[in-house]
Design a protein around this ligand. Structure first.
Ligand code: SF4
Length: 364
């Protein structure tokens, strides 16, 4: 494995929106360059995903050299990219300290694409069905390491447009924090990255196109709801009873289901937006008739959506994937019993271990 070297240059992507503007404005002034260069640099990095100053050909060569010497804008090193038969693309990234993470880009039928982002190099929560959980606790990614995964996707999407001469493709992706790690255990860096993603002078991704998924940490859920009321919150439920949830998700031992549901209600009161509950179907474990009734019962008074996901195979994990019939049976039974919207999210990239729960920071 090729290790990356830690750069002594300041990583611009680690700075918040106002900090990066101030840093560049001061530097540009000290080099006696025109102030409008700041906007040009921001546009190149955050709207075109140009993560190499030497490629910013609208800047004078001397300025590009000075910027390259002063700043880092590519804190990740791409190692391998694999593409699924369904067009999903998974990238393994090496970090400066030799650790690695993965991100996934998923072209959608509607012409948009979704990027699934990682926030940690492992996960302390150890959910029984998740490849990341099997790695154990990892370190938090910096804001720059998170942002870089999203920015790199802009270039890839541009290159697809060139290949297909489809210049009308929407530029901006859907961003979902459903990759490696628990985003809310890395709240400060997540918050900084979200502000950059959403800001008009930076990535310009609309709030409604950003989803953060959590195992269910009440304090941070409330904070997120106050900080970003327009963004979407998804909660990994996966079981409708306390005892089963504790078996599948050790984190549930810290937060009782009743407290989690109460927090979901508080978030709804803050944002006015329905929470999405993610429910991973594990045949024979959480897809029985009693599970349908329990799930309908606990969600009956809370405005929410229930998103069903089929379990994707993970090495050494003793669960199997449900058949289409098993998914359909559960979906119909739940739809008939519960008063909330029920959807099924089709997995993408399962053949390259890039689907939900399969990311493990190594090429399989
Ligand atoms: S499902 Fe999420 S919270 Fe659970 S182990 Fe995997 S990454 Fe961690």
């Amino acid at each position: 494995m090729k290790k990356t070297e830690k750069s002594s240059r300041l990583c611009l992507l680690d700075l918040g929106t106002e900090e990066v503007k101030a840093e560049l404005a001061d530097r540009i002034a000290s080099w006696e360059e025109k102030p409008y260069r700041v906007k040009q640099i921001l546009r190149q990095i955050y709207q075109h995903g140009t993560l190499d100053f030497s490629l910013m050909t609208d800047l004078p060569a001397r300025l590009r050299e000075r910027l390259s010497a002063a700043y880092e804008i590519m804190p990740l090193r791409e190692s391998t990219t694999v593409t699924s038969i369904d067009g999903t693309r998974k990238t393994l990234w090496h970090l400066a300290d030799g650790k690695s993470v993965e991100s996934v880009e998923i072209p959608m039928d509607c012409g948009y694409y979704t990027v699934c982002l990682s926030t940690q190099t492992g996960c302390a929560f150890g959910c029984r069905f998740c490849a990341t959980g099997r790695l154990g606790a990892g370190r938090n990614l910096s804001a720059g390491e998170i942002l870089c995964q999203a920015l790199a996707s802009l270039n890839w999407w541009d290159s697809l447009s060139e290949d297909t001469s489809d210049t009308d493709r929407p530029k901006s992706p859907n961003l979902v924090f459903m990759g490696m790690g628990e985003p809310f255990l890395n709240y400060e860096n997540l918050r900084k990255a979200l502000q950059v993603m959403n800001h008009n002078d930076f990535m310009q991704v609309g709030s409604r196109r950003i989803t953060v998924s959590t195992v269910g940490l009440p304090e941070q859920m409330l904070r997120f709801s106050r900080d970003f009321p327009q963004m979407k919150l998804a909660v990994s439920l996966h079981a409708a009873t306390e005892s089963l949830r504790k078996k599948l998700m050790p984190a549930a031992r810290r937060v009782p289901l009743s407290r989690l549901l109460e927090a979901c209600g508080e978030c709804y009161r803050i944002t006015g937006k329905r929470i999405t509950f993610e429910y991973l179907l594990l045949p024979g474990i959480n897809d029985r008739l009693e599970d349908v009734e329990a799930l309908a019962g606990i969600t009956s008074t809370l405005p929410c959506k229930i998103n069903l996901i089929a379990f994707n195979r993970v090495d050494s994990v003793p669960f199997r994937s449900p058949s289409e019939q098993e998914v359909e049976r559960f979906r119909k039974a739940l739809q008939a019993t519960c008063n909330q919207t029920v959807t099924f999210r089709r997995s993408h990239g399962a053949d390259i271990a890039g689907a939900c729960g399969q990311l493990a920071g190594k090429q399989g």
